[in-house]
Design a binder for this molecule. Structure first.
Ligand code: NDP
Length: 311
């Protein structure tokens, strides 16, 4: 079976940037897209902070451009998900990736850019109404709640972005923040404060998502007053952060207690030779498209140097 120089797992800004660099360095990379081709940016609306787009760009369009640029230099893009990995500990050895539980890919280097996925509260009622009123993606599902009342949970930039996005579509948006302050950047907070049909509820937690076949109300608790209330709403949107998609690397690669891959300082090197990590799978701090892209570039350069060092 053919052994390739470089396999890239994941298709967000980190994966595609790694692919652009690796293909331009003649590594003939194969990129396996994963469950969400294009990554998290395909569920965002306008990206205004990625340099080079003075008028902004939509997340899906930007990721289409990333893919085209990687393919232009010969990256082979595979639609599929890596379900298992067998990583060698031997320098110069071959790593095995299994795609969709069947196809095997053998590679001298592996660049991991599997990103992160949305977190849920873990309430049984939230699970029950998944897809019937509960969503973690306002841009994907907001349209279904046009002119209705919805609840958004979270206090970070995602929550601020999703709540203001929904306010444009919906009749009323309630934003539940569990503490007495938002973690979102000042500019995003200002957008929240300036949105007329958005009610900000500090010190509020979700007790239960309620409804018949679909959501029709949310039971919440005002933790300051210790009072329960009902909010009439048909949509319940989570925006409470993300978990790194690193489950398949457990017991093979070093990771922190949350699951973020650990890389050696100032590099993309993991604890195994020929395995490099980039993007949100290893970054719990910055988590931006531009930082992910930068780290994808680092991973490709590190892979190239590693391969050169084998000769
Ligand atoms: P964050 O981790 O920044 O924020 C998560 C929010 O959810 C916090 O307010 C947190 O509350 C709250 N939260 C966590 N768990 C629960 C829970 N169980 N119940 C209720 N609330 C909960 O995640 P984000 O996804 O918002 O942002 C991630 C990164 O992406 C950040 O660096 C952000 O700046 C960036 N980002 C940038 C955007 C942009 O620039 N356009 C858009 C979106 C994200 P608490 O504060 O109490 O912990």
């Amino acid at each position: 079976m053919k052994i390739i120089e470089c396999a890239i797992i994941g298709s967000g800004p980190a994966g595609y940037t790694a692919a652009i660099y690796a293909s331009r360095a003649n590594l003939n990379p194969v990129l396996i897209q994963g469950i969400q081709p294009g990554g998290q940016l395909t569920t965002t609306n306008d990206v205004e902070n990625y340099p080079g787009y003075p008028s902004g760009v939509t997340g899906p369009k930007m990721m289409e451009d990333f893919q085209k640029q990687a393919e232009r230099f010969g990256t082979k893009v595979i639609f599929g998900t890596v379900t298992k990995v067998e990583l060698t500990q031997k320098k110069g050895g071959v790593h095995k990736l299994i795609v969709d539980n069947k196809e095997e890919i053998l590679a001298k280097t592996v660049i991991i850019s599997t990103g992160a996925s949305a977190k849920y509260l873990g309430l049984p009622s939230e699970q029950k109404f998944m897809g019937s009123g509960v969503s973690a993606c306002a841009v994907c599902d907001g349209f279904f709640f046009k002119n209705q009342d919805v609840v958004v949970v979270g206090g970070g930039d995602s929550a601020a972005e999703e709540a203001t996005y929904l306010a444009n579509l919906c009749n009323k948006v309630y934003l539940l923040v569990r503490s007495d302050k938002m973690r979102a950047s000042k500019i995003m907070q200002k957008r929240v404060f300036d949105t007329k049909n958005l009610e900000l509820l500090f010190n509020h937690e979700t007790v239960e998502v309620m409804g018949d076949n679909t959501v029709n109300q949310i039971k919440v608790k005002d933790t300051k007053l210790n009072e329960l209330k009902i909010i009439k709403a048909t949509g319940f949107f989570l925006a409470i952060g993300h978990n790194p998609n690193t489950e398949i690397f457990k017991n093979q690669l070093d990771m922190d207690e949350v699951g973020y891959l650990i890389t050696k300082p100032d590099s993309s090197l993991t604890n195994l030779p020929g395995v490099f990590a980039s993007g949100d799978a290893q970054d719990s701090i910055y988590r931006q498209a531009i930082t992910a892209a930068g780290s994808g570039c680092m991973a490709a350069l590190d892979a190239e140097r590693y391969l050169a060092g084998l000769h």
